[in-house]
Design a protein around this ligand. Structure first.
Ligand code: IPE
Ligand code: IPE
Ligand code: MG
Length: 248
């Protein structure tokens, strides 16, 4: 239907100046469903389709890392039935998408306290990460049971243990070393951070890593987020001037 329009929009992108790392706070599934007088879980199911679209678009364009905030540390406090439905959706996503990731050269990684996940999610997650570990086309990084402060706390704990055990000297602790102890070790920091659904907050996502990310907020609810809007945001990103505190 609008494939011509899609082609036209992506043609305007400068593919040599894409964000290397895109991070997304996928928000608004519940409100999308409530607006349609449906169960919140239906919103999460519809949201999973948007996930597939965004992964595909990033891979096609040449984004190297895509981090998706799929489940926060705080989300464990939601009603049991919603948490269970989200876990089922995650398991299905991993089972259905791993063959596609293998075909398209996507490596799966995860950040967060993944050991908190039920085994029905943890084992397909580990299996998929193992199967895709040699892929170099793009990294799909799922934030699962993830909280930025918890991540930083875990890093501080490990750094202090390594200092205590004489593995490192406290004089070598600097920004690069700290980055290397975070769950995102080895990944570049996000260049672009997007949140859908109109909320303008970070909700404990990648607190350390977004120091210089370009921020984008859209009122669109995650299940309604389209490829065209995504490409529009990438175009707007390319119009921004990143100065990193300097004068250009
Ligand atoms: C985001 O949608 C998905 C998760 C947090 C898992 P929400 O479920 O937060 O949707 P709203 O914010 O209630 O609309
Ligand atoms: C952030 O959204 C977490 C995810 C998108 C997974 P929430 O809807 O859980 O966060 P708040 O409640 O708006 O801060
Ligand atoms: Mg929300």
């Amino acid at each position: 239907m609008n494939s011509k329009k899609q082609a036209d929009l992506t043609e305007k992108l400068d593919l040599s100046r894409l964000p290397v790392h895109v991070a997304i706070i996928m928000d608004g599934n519940g409100r999308w469903a409530q607006k349609k007088l449906m169960n919140r879980v239906t919103g999460h199911e519809k949201g999973a389709e948007t996930v597939r679209m965004v992964v595909k678009t990033c891979r096609e364009l040449g984004v190297k890392v895509l981090t998706l905030y799929a489940f926060s540390t705080e989300n464990w406090q939601r009603p049991k039935i919603e948490v269970a439905a989200l876990m089922t959706l995650l398991r299905k996503f991993l089972e259905n998408e791993t063959p596609e990731m293998l075909k398209t050269g996507i490596r799966l990684r995860a950040i967060g306290e993944i050991d908190m996940l039920p085994d029905s999610v943890l084992s397909p997650l580990k299996e998929s990460m193992k199967k895709t570990m040699d892929n170099t086309g793009m990294t799909l990084n799922l934030a699962l049971s993830y909280g930025g402060r918890a991540e930083i706390s875990r890093a501080v704990k490990r750094i202090s243990q390594d200092v205590k055990n004489g593995i490192i000297d406290s004089s070598v602790v600097n920004e690069d070393l700290i980055s290397g102890y975070l769950d995102t070790a080895g990944m570049p920091d996000p260049d672009l951070l997007l949140r859908t659904s109109g909320e303008k907050r970070i909700s404990n996502f990648l607190l350390w890593q977004i120091a210089y990310a370009e921020m984008f907020f859209t009122d669109t609810l995650w299940p309604d987020f389209t490829r065209d809007e995504f490409v529009d945001i990438l175009l707007e990103y390319q119009r921004r001037n990143r100065t990193y505190g300097k004068v250009t």
